[in-house]
Design a protein around this ligand. Structure first.
Ligand code: FES
Length: 86
């Protein structure tokens, strides 16, 4: 069986301020679209914002081990699609 793709939406303060609240819809839309092949969770600070000098690349989402900077719903869906094709 294929391994599930894991999507972690950062809900930490920096990411939240930078717009991750828009990404919370993924928690509902992704399972609706991909069923149980993809698991979406909201997580506390991934620790990425403090590594980013300018603080300007939030919000962050991780799709498996890939970090998506300045994440949008569209970018996350594209990343999931790309993984599905592998
Ligand atoms: S708040 Fe998202 S990585 Fe820190």
């Amino acid at each position: 069986m294929d391994k599930k793709i894991s999507v972690k939406v950062c809900l930490g303060t920096t990411c939240f301020v930078m717009g991750s609240s828009n990404l919370q819809e993924l928690i509902e839309t992704v399972p609706a679209k991909y069923g149980d092949r993809v698991e979406v969770t909201g997580v506390p600070c991934l620790g990425l914002c403090s590594m980013d000098w300018e603080f300007s690349k939030a919000p962050y989402v991780k799709v498996d081990d890939d970090v998506i900077k300045e994440a949008t719903v569209e970018k996350v869906l594209n990343a999931i699609d790309a993984k599905m094709k592998k």
